[in-house]
Design a protein around this ligand. Structure first.
Ligand SMILES: [Zn+2]
Length: 359
């Protein structure tokens, strides 16, 4: 069959990619369309790859697009608060004794379901990470307001599916069995007085509501991107000293260092590397292909205009050229056709939200 080639473009919120399209398709080396399943999986031995990182940032671009600034009544603070994309952290209040997969299935997934039902958390990105103490924890970026006390109650309820609140209470009661017992190792961030107040509160509430969550709004986009770089897209590995041995908290097997992975020889539980999926996103943010167009004279003129704009950075790669230009600027830069390709895509992809997204 004869091959036809033409130039196409693909527009996403942060820029435009231009590339040659050949039909029927021909894929140079790495860009096979149907890569085997294991390479599509975003968990790669607990290390987030560069492709996943790229996808994560693209997802964030779309999440921001769907998330205008809003105002909500905060019951805890008793005043209105402005928000856009709150950043949520969800911790285990006692040592992890289940595999990462079990915690995702029995605690995190039920939490996502409840979050959807109670607060309409429908657009989100999440990331699973290991803390220095070997516990799994989660970060999420959402675009609805959640009261911090409610968040804590719901997350603790989900944690209790696997008994994490009970184990937290037992630990606290044991630690304070002779009355308030100071923890000097926490002092830098948690001075004695605060520890004492937390102790009083814990005794009053029977330690049934551990401080296992954090939520705060990230005020501007640049900060949010810095957050994602710092907390979501990095591979933080807390290595253990060589020869360091302990029992696996899940199965009692022997923990050993396999390169930098401190994991169980029997059940594969790791204190340094997350098992299974490392990150995910809501169904609304899956499959973000962007606006597609074939470059004709009209579009070529607009691309030339962008090329000659002094503040538009153009990156030349082997198989494509990338214009770093936020879609929101296209109209002002005199590129209505490029802009409308993206608008068409948004209208099809997010039909119910089209009007609020495009201004
Ligand atoms: Zn084990």
């Amino acid at each position: 069959m004869d091959k036809i080639s033409y130039t196409s473009l693909n527009i996403n919120p942060s820029g435009i990619a231009i590339y040659k399209t050949v039909e029927p398709p021909y894929y140079p080396d790495a860009e096979q369309p149907d890569r085997p399943k294991q390479f599509q999986d975003n968990s790669n031995h607990g290390i987030l790859g560069s492709l996943s990182r790229k996808k994560m940032f693209r997802t964030l671009d779309y999440l921001l697009l769907l998330s205008p600034n809003k105002r909500a009544w905060c019951r805890s603070l008793k005043r209105y608060v402005r928000y856009r994309c709150p950043f949520v952290t969800l911790d285990l209040p006692s040592a992890q004794v289940h595999s990462d997969q079990v915690i995702k299935k029995r605690v995190f997934q039920p939490f996502l379901k409840l979050a959807h039902r109670r607060w309409s958390v429908n657009d989100f990105i999440w990331r699973a990470e290991k803390q220095e103490n070997g516990n799994l924890h989660f970060h999420m970026i959402i675009n609805v307001f959640i009261d911090q006390n409610e968040l804590r109650n719901i997350w603790n309820r989900c944690l209790q599916n696997l008994g994490y609140v009970t184990r937290y209470r037992d630990n606290q009661l044991l630690w304070h069995r002779k009355g308030f017992t100071y923890r000097p190792e926490l002092a830098p961030r948690w001075p004695r007085e605060k520890q004492y107040n937390a102790y009083l509160k814990g005794m009053r509430t029977e330690w049934d509501n551990p401080n296992s969550t954090d939520i705060h709004d990230v005020k501007n986009i640049r900060n949010l991107k810095a957050y994602v770089t710092k907390y979501l897209s990095k591979n933080k590995i807390f290595s253990r000293p060589a020869g360091f041995t302990e029992k696996c908290p899940v199965c009692g097997g022997v923990m050993r260092n396999s390169e930098s992975d401190f994991c169980c020889a029997s059940c594969d539980f790791s204190k340094t590397h997350v098992r299974g999926r490392l990150w995910g996103r809501s169904a609304s943010l899956m499959d973000l292909k962007g606006g597609f167009g074939v470059v004709d004279t009209q579009l070529e003129n607009e691309l030339d205009k962008l090329k000659s704009s002094p503040d538009i950075h153009v990156v030349y790669e082997d198989h494509y050229v990338f214009f770093c230009v936020p879609v929101t600027r296209l109209k002002a830069l005199g590129c209505p056709h490029l802009s409308s390709i993206f608008e068409d895509y948004i209208r099809k992809k997010f039909p119910e939200r089209y009007l609020s997204v495009i201004t």
